[in-house]
Design a protein. Structure first.
Length: 115
């Protein structure tokens, strides 16, 4: 795992990570952060690897996050899967999906899991 933001209920944004341009050695997992509203600091990330499960990007259980569109602005392909789940305010992953030309698969065979 290159970046994991897990169970940090007081966290509102990912400010301070704006210089991060690549996580080629692993995936990014942002999960179970009850107050997180802004992940746009990750806009410069242009390369992701995948974690041990074969997942490149996981955004889940982020009830206050309304959009992932401003994040990962340089990302055009994922070697592993994209999993987004239980993000109550996010009606569509829109801009993030529109930029992706290819998505790999996780070890369970999934490529895109949106629920």
């Amino acid at each position: 795992m290159c970046l994991e933001v897990l169970k940090n209920d007081a966290l509102l944004s990912l400010d301070g990570l704006g210089a991060l341009a690549s996580c080629a050695k692993g995936g990014v997992s942002i999960t179970n952060n009850a107050q997180l509203t802004d992940i746009s600091a990750l806009a410069k990330v242009g390369a992701l690897g995948k974690d041990g499960r074969g997942i490149s990007l996981e955004l889940s259980h982020l009830p206050q996050l309304a959009s992932a569109g401003a994040a990962f602005g340089m990302l055009t392909e994922l070697p592993g899967a994209l999993h987004m789940a239980n993000n109550a305010r996010m009606s569509t992953p829109g801009q993030l999906l529109e930029r992706l030309a290819s998505v790999g698969a996780a070890k369970d065979g999934s490529s895109l899991r949106l629920h």
